[in-house]
Design a binder for this molecule. Structure first.
Ligand SMILES: [Fe+2]
Length: 199
């Protein structure tokens, strides 16, 4: 009836994660985050509904030793992944901040502006807390066939000590923390330096 079927997985997307426990000591990182919380008022409101949102920092311009080590590790990991898929890229700038969600706190759906790649690292996460939901935002999200077959969204259960990277344009939200234990995560924006417009 037919022959020579060719199947191409076109427009695939990346969601890559790795455990950073070999590089990042969370027993040092968490007190560093608590110190920042004590020194900076909780007056920032972005996607967070309740909870704490820290100031933001450009990597290499802050004096938070473990957060800086985490940012350096995350950047190295992102470079490694881009090299792994043989992509052409210039240097990336890294901006980061952290959030603490306590009982019933959550993050509304949002995306990270013009960031090329975004990342999130979980410093503390209770069992049975809210999932990270990633929403596809191209035309496929208007197709009942594709949505019925879960091509428009992806949900994952974050793990402590693990870093996740994905394209920056994707919308995402984090479900409410239904526990009395806090959820602490560090978020990252990776932005390519303005590339040579003539290349
Ligand atoms: Fe986000």
């Amino acid at each position: 009836m037919y022959s020579d079927i060719l199947r191409d997985n076109i427009f695939p997307n990346m969601l890559v994660s790795a455990n950073f426990d070999d590089s990042i000591d969370r027993s040092i990182l968490v007190p560093e985050m608590e110190k920042i919380m004590g020194e900076n008022p909780n007056d920032k409101k972005y996607s967070n509904e309740g909870g704490y949102h820290s100031p933001g920092y450009w990597h290499t311009r802050s004096d938070n030793p473990m957060l800086e080590k985490l940012a350096a590790t995350a950047l190295k990991f992102v470079y490694g992944e881009l090299n792994h898929i043989n992509w052409d890229f210039d240097k990336l700038r890294v901006y980061y901040w952290f959030m603490v969600n306590e009982l019933n706190n959550y993050n509304t759906i949002h995306q990270h502006g013009t960031s090329d790649i975004i990342g999130v690292y979980y410093a503390e996460i209770p069992e049975d807390t809210g999932d990270l939901n990633i929403i596809r935002n191209d035309g496929i999200s208007y197709s009942s066939l594709f949505c019925k077959n879960y091509q428009d969204k992806f949900r994952l259960k974050p793990e402590a000590g693990r870093f996740y990277m994905m394209p920056g344009h994707l919308w995402h939200f984090v479900g409410a923390n239904p526990t009395n234990k806090r959820r602490m995560c560090v978020a990252f924006n990776f932005l390519e330096f303005f590339p040579d417009p003539l290349r």
